[in-house]
Write a protein that binds this ligand. Sequence first.
Ligand code: ADP
Ligand code: MG
Length: 424
Amino acid sequence: MHNFDKLCLNKQINRALVFANFSKPTIIQHKIIPHVLNRNDVLGVAQTGTGKTAAYILPIIHNITLDTSRYQKKSCKTIIIAPTRELATQVFENAKLFSKYLSIRLTLIVGGVKPKPQLKSLEKGVDIIVGTPGRIMDHIRSGGLTLSSTKTIVLDEADQMLDLGFMPDIKKIHKSLPKQRQTIFMTATMLDQVKNIALNFLNNHKEVNLSPKATPIEKIKQKVILVKQSDKLSKLKAIIEEHKIFQSIIFTRTKKRADNLAKALCKNDINSASFHGDKRQSQRNRILNSFKVGKLNFLIATDIAARGIDIKDIMFIINYDLPMQPEIYVHRVGRSARAGKEGTAISFCDSTEKNRLKDIEKLIGYKLKSEVEKSLDLKKSNDDNSTVKKKRTIKNKPFFKKKRSNSKKKKIKKNLNKNKTFND
Ligand code: ADP
Ligand code: MG
């Protein structure tokens, strides 16, 4: 693929790309950037970690350099909306990075912090707002923000933004924009029913869909462990020890389970902290930063960390509980194997989660390798794909069913022993 020069972006953006060590555009960047530069509405779908942020940020910054219109007070030329404060902050940092050599006014509008400084920064008008829907709506309601002269709106993680929870705010935000506007939707998963909703917001749009089936990125080695609910903790500890995992995001179903698990792991000298929406924003920032710099080894998170968060070199994602919505699985495991790197996702599935597993497999279009043996040997399977093929795994066998015939029991035991021998 050619380098960024061919995309005819502003020279100062190209300088920033060199600074950021971006030498070639990714496929989604190559395909999306021209459409955004042309001010088309765009629906972009591409797998996790493939560079969707720069795909919209770079041409938006370029278009702003060409926009000579005056700043309107309390307004912005482009608004970018993301579902969580952390993701909005990350996108904001990206915008700052790529406009490093330009004079562009950027403002971050998220909840959990004082609104006054945000209002002040909006006073004279800005180029780009990056924010979360709740706080953006607060400012619109209070008269601190008006979108009547905004030309471009981006919804990152668009399918979630069009979900029931966010929809009322998104509708209102969209209504307060001028009729002539550019709408950009980006996501890694776009189920058909959500796409129909998305189409109502788009006008003559260009679609780039590199991941029609909502599949996890191929670089992620995925594995399911059929386990009893009561064995999850000991299994987790064993996996951490066996594979010498020193950094991982472990996803739980609820905030309480995240808290409890973090406590239990800390008791076992496993350096962990829970991360969820009930924590104060200052705590959330501190925990996430510690995790990013490696001071914290295990982030025990709810789905607040499932989408968009880009932390370099996370090798392991563990689903302590399977997610309630199948597409969240794709996003969770996509926190690893980013920007072409490798990753491993291990998911626990207890007897109450079997339907969730089925839904995930239906969505991604293939069966996940599942195991019941005590000791996994991921290292071996990572190193040698041919041995993975040879390895006998038990595909979705009802391991936890109470009643089982003796022959079935023997068969499973035999398989377990085989795997054990293999692993030893
Ligand atoms: P997505 O939104 O598709 O999940 P991101 O935009 O968060 O992906 O990008 C994933 C990672 O890839 C980030 O760390 C980003 O800096 C890096 N990246 C994106 N595009 C490029 C590129 N062209 N060259 C090098 N690294 C890139
Ligand atoms: Mg993203």
